[in-house]
Design a protein around this ligand. Sequence first.
Ligand SMILES: O=P(O)(O)OC[C@H]1O[C@H](O[C@H]2O[C@H](CO)[C@@H](O)[C@H](O)[C@H]2O)[C@H](O)[C@@H](O)[C@@H]1O
Length: 911
Amino acid sequence: MTTHVVSLFLPYTVDFHESKSNQTSPQRPAPPKLADLDRKPSVSSSIRSKHDEQPVSLLKRAPPSHIQLPKTPMRMLELEDIFTPGQPSAATHFPKPADPRGLVRSDAHVPDWGASGLFFNQPQSRAEPTPPDTILEYAKAQERAQAQKERMKAPQTGKPTTDPRWATEYTVVPAVQGNGGLSNAVRAAIDNKSIKDVLTVGLIGFPTDSLNEEKKNEIYEKLEEEHEALTVFVSDKDFDGHYAHYCKTILWPVFHYIIPDHPKSKAFLDHSWVFYVKVNQAFADKVVKGYKRGDIIWIHDYHLCLVPQMIRQKLPDAQIGFFLHTAFPSSEVFRCLAARKELLDGMLGSNLVAFQTPEYAHHFLQTCSRILSVEATEDGVQLENRFVNVWSSPIGIDPRALALAREEPEVLEWIQTMQKRYEGKKVIVARDKLDSIRGVRQKLLAFELFLNKNPQWKDKVVLIQVATSTTEDTELAATVSEIVTRIDAVHSTLTHNPLVFLRQDIAFSQYLALLSIADALAITSLREGMNLTCHEFVICQDGRASTKKHSPVILSEFTGSASIFEGADLAVNPWDYNNIAEAFRIALEMTDEEKERRYAKLRNMVMHHTGDFWVSNLSNHLAKVHEEQFKRDTMSIPRLSSNNLARAYENSGKRLFILDYEGTLAAFGSVSNTILTNTERVVDVLNDLVADEKNAVYVMSGLTVQGTELVFDRIRGLGLIAENGCFYREGYSDDWTQFPDEEKTVKWKESVKPILQYYVERVEGSWVEERHCSLIFHYERTHDNESSSRHAGDCANHINDACEQQRVKAIPSKDSVIIEPVDFDKGTAAQHIFSRYPESARPDFLFVAGNDRSDEGVFRWAKQLKDKGTVTNVQTVTVGDRNSVALSTLTNGTTGLLSALAKLAKIHTSS
Ligand SMILES: O=P(O)(O)OC[C@H]1O[C@H](O[C@H]2O[C@H](CO)[C@@H](O)[C@H](O)[C@H]2O)[C@H](O)[C@@H](O)[C@@H]1O
């Protein structure tokens, strides 16, 4: 049984060896020297263009002098060398470069696709540059792209040419792309034997158009055989459209509450959607090809939302989990996506859709109910013929491995150096990707405010902000640069710079040292799925005696981590600069006792929510829900055996029948009450059953009391349950019992009616049916079903949000939304009927028949009577082919059920 861990990038990539022919090829830049760094940097600080085969020297990326680390003349040489991060490389990024499974930084923040040539010798993308801002320019770019494609074709074959430079030998190395948190968690789980036989599936981390087929095959086989990794190859163009365009300009911002509606933005042009679909399909095909019966498939993150459904189409029984690492926005934001339905359907191909926090899971459930008009419960989403579980479990880090890495000599050296460098100062640290959601701009503005408001701290505090990766958002880069310059100009003195802003990454060992010596960490993301940097901070702060700090964490309340730290952090609203500025002050002035109190809680959380625990937790939950769903699947529900039933019937002394009407005893159109069969046969069969004095027979219906009487008054002795369990009447009585409180019913109806009215006015042809204890919003007669069903979903959500306190729920179905009490259903009515029997005179035979969601409660109730042994013979049967908790199924519909009941009734006649 193999676990397929499917994520956009593999934890491996390859570093090509330099060949003779490569000597004319671009050379990777040498690490910058001090003398070079002293030169004025180029104005353009961008990393090499991903479309440019020539790497741009990193010297060009060196931060402008005013944002470099402070220079202390006497020790300048030594310190400069130490603090200038230099070129990131495999050697600096990972503590053990030889071991591709070694620990990596959890929040990797690696450079863009195609820029990994900075770290390794790898080809660059052949995809055309990102389309420019106007449609006209876009069209021109398309023409250029076509022309380039033609040029790249070999004259004889017409196929794209490959590049002989990449036919050389290579070494498999740890990838710089990918989700570090995921890699660490999986590695820890393997080490701790929480999972075994893991097969990773993903891209290789660099553009592969330049590689010939032979090389691709060779790499594929090597990774499969030696590293249990299946490589997905996609063309540079497809990947660029998928990742740089659809993922980065549409999904990433929307999932973090930024709706790309800039007038120049092409975010909602659907040209990139096709690439998203294509790349997702390539992943699904790869998984399907490598799948063996019984395997487990875990798909990770927003890059691959469509993969679960694509796999499900080919492997209907596979065990599939989907985990979203980012935030999931509120339905108001998600509904802005043009492909909203496709994305939700894609994720719902899984057995389990899991999120970092209960809040994201809740948003997902609400979004499904609103956009797909499906029933969403606390546990998941009920689809037409499948239940999909929805859950949350926060990812964590590998504290043990990190604590070991933290004690490596190189890290300890860095700690010492930095302690010396910042002696007598308080240091606030941060490492974030410089993009619009990480709140770096907000943090800097708040720091400026803090310095203005607290001059006493001016020459005693330093904020070291590492801003990784270049950003294509030039506006953001310019704004941030301006703020940095302003802080420097106003607050720097001859001997002190309060801000060190590094617009490039630092080595892993430097990162660990930075976290270790800090007096506070500041994370101000506007939204973030989790943020594992703060978990790593907590562990780094707990070094040996001289390096033990236990400093506080300033953390945006909009991160997943904030929800698990439960107030042990200094929570801030990143939009409130005063709030962050104040948090800086509180952190710096915090007493040791307060630090310890908070730290103990933080550490406890980090040690409990580990990556290994997350992997096991998810695996166990997926196995559990898969089994439950499998049991519910009609294929696993045995057919009702009429012989066994007859035998049990014959041998019993007292029998109780609880039979649903609509869709069970009689074929039924919809909630619009179209009974499609003649009720004569039903009446005859029920009359025969009731005639046996050993039998107590109840019919359950969604109809009103009057409606139920109209159909069944002819059958003397028949008990009735009306309005889905809100009313009941004993067999030989004319009196009905109403379960829900009348006053409360009137009250909730008063609050729901105006909401329904709002939607009736907007959905032409819709109407509201009022029953005594329920309301039904009907839209079966509307023309535009798509829009009506969207409104119905909104309507259900609106009511569920507004009326939660009143204990009512709105359940959307195909052409209606029913609003009924939470506390009373067919199950509670059945329980009431059963409780009226004295213990000594209880039935020893119970038969329940139903056909839809509203009958599941009675099935469950009956099953627990069987499990506890309260009733000897319990049979529950679902009519039709839906998933159910019923113990048996009858696929030949109402006819089959009536025949079975008629057969039982005959037993009486002939006995
Ligand atoms: O930049 P991408 O390739 O699109 O990847 C997005 C980010 O993925 C990882 O972060 C996400 O997962 C982390 C672990 O679950 C979580 O802490 C974080 O909040 C998520 O956004 C990765 O760590 C980032 O570097 C990527 O930018």
